[in-house]
Design a protein around this ligand. Structure first.
Ligand SMILES: Cc1cc2nc3c(=O)[nH]c(=O)nc-3n(C[C@H](O)[C@H](O)[C@H](O)COP(=O)(O)OP(=O)(O)OC[C@H]3O[C@@H](n4cnc5c(N)ncnc54)[C@H](O)[C@@H]3O)c2cc1C
Length: 375
């Protein structure tokens, strides 16, 4: 029997689970609902790289806020989520990329997120598996790696320990304003629930519940090797990484190789819009593997044991959709985090909770406000 909640969070991915814990800790009676299980949406399909990305000021603001929260989280939750303090090595293949690497180092250092330029010689001492002839790199030492599905699962359990409620296996099929100040939900078993606040953190399911909110799929391919004794010390990412290099068929690929705590090498990644299923495409996967082998030739002799694709929940302007729905009183959004939902989950949760409680936010939340996307 469910108890009356002050707030219902729809979706127990890394974003919804983090929001639910934060709201419950703030004293709101919270119910977290998921159609399946915590952490088994796109949260289970990604790389779990906690990374300071700086393609825009707003993106960097949210990443840095969240990365600092993750530092505390890791201390408070030892042994949860296979955390590796690997740092990121952004590898430049030519002089133009080396200049971009230098600019990234300056931007991050200006924000107290340590980044240092690495020469070609240093690069091969740090990571002997990298091919010869690279131009250099920037090393960002504060970035790290987590196993996100386990953390989402842990957060859902933590919610229950804090006195909140978790309901799994029921899909929310509709969301309506009730008379007065509450929001009504209907589940796929016909059950109706209501609460003063409802947070839609349903990832790609967001637009089915709220058709005016434009969250769309951006497909990404990953492959994982067998376990090997040879380890990378860093997550290695090409300076090519970003969303601006899409080909005519919408495929963009940049090498991104992650050392897993298990001894496996996780190889990514691609971005592709306009895709409707998570079937593995041989063309996309082949391009991902080729780009990784170009940086790390030893990968050509290693065994891939599994490959898969996941759908990043993207927004039209690349920023997450976070805050109050402008026209639906009591409805809140935490969606559209694209390729940074793990990195930015904790900042999302704090910004959402502070706005709901009418508290000042630690960073300016207006760049992520849902109202920017609605006429
Ligand atoms: C290839 C790839 C690589 C990535 N690498 C990284 C990375 O290195 N670092 C990083 O930060 N991010 C990365 N990401 C992105 C990251 O995985 C996502 O941004 C993040 O997981 C989104 O979390 P979410 O909670 O919003 O969505 P989800 O994990 O999809 O959670 C949504 C949940 O809502 C539930 N749901 C949906 N609709 C309903 C409904 N109607 N009723 C009830 N429940 C519902 C679903 O069952 C699901 O559990 C990557 C993604 C991909 C695909």
């Amino acid at each position: 029997m469910l108890q009356q909640a002050d707030v219902i969070v729809i979706g127990a991915g890394i974003v919804g689970a983090a929001c639910a814990v934060s709201l419950q800790q703030a004293g709101m009676r919270t119910l977290l609902i998921d159609a399946a299980q915590p952490g088994c949406g796109v949260t289970a399909a990604g790389m779990g790289h906690l990374v300071a990305l700086d393609e825009s000021e707003q993106e960097l603001d949210l990443c840095l806020y969240s990365l600092n929260l993750w530092r505390d989280w890791v201390v408070q939750h030892p042994d949860i989520g296979q955390v590796t303090q690997s740092g990121t090595l952004w590898v430049a293949e030519n002089e133009a990329q080396l200049q971009q690497a230098q600019q990234r180092a300056e931007r991050l250092n200006a924000r107290n997120w340590h980044a240092e330029m690495i020469s070609t010689q240093q690069l091969h001492q740090l990571e002997p598996a990298l091919r010869q002839g690279l131009a250099g790199a920037v090393r960002v030492s504060g970035d790290s790696i987590v196993y996100a599905p386990v953390i989402a699962h842990h957060m859902a359990q933590e919610l229950k320990q804090l006195g909140g409620q978790l309901l799994c296996g029921y899909q929310v099929i509709s969301l309506n304003q009730a008379s007065g100040s509450s929001v009504n939900l209907e589940l796929d078993n016909g059950q109706r629930l209501s609460a003063q606040h409802v947070v839609v953190a349903a990832g790609l399911g967001t637009s089915s519940l709220l058709p005016d909110i434009p969250v769309f799929p951006r497909k990404g391919h990953l492959a994982i090797t067998d376990r090997y004794p040879r380890r990378l010390q860093h997550q290695i990412v090409s300076m090519d990484y970003g969303q601006h290099n899409m080909t005519a068929d919408g495929l963009s690929v940049a090498a991104n190789i992650q050392p897993r705590a298990t001894g496996q090498w996780l190889i990514g990644s691609s971005r592709q819009d306009g895709q409707t299923d998570t079937q593995v495409s041989t063309i996309a996967l082949g391009t991902v593997l080729q780009s990784a082998i170009r940086l790390l030739p030893c990968l050509a002799t290693m065994h891939v044991i599994r490959a898969w694709a996941g759908m990043r929940p993207a927004s039209p302007d690349g920023q997450p959709i976070l805050g109050a729905h402008p026209y639906r009183s009591g409805v809140w959004l935490a969606a559209g985090h694209e390729g940074l939902g793990v990195t930015t989950a904790l900042a999302t949760a704090e910004l959402l909770k502070d706005q709901m409680l009418g508290l000042p936010t630690a960073i300016d939340a207006t760049p992520y406000a849902p109202s920017r996307l609605l006429p």
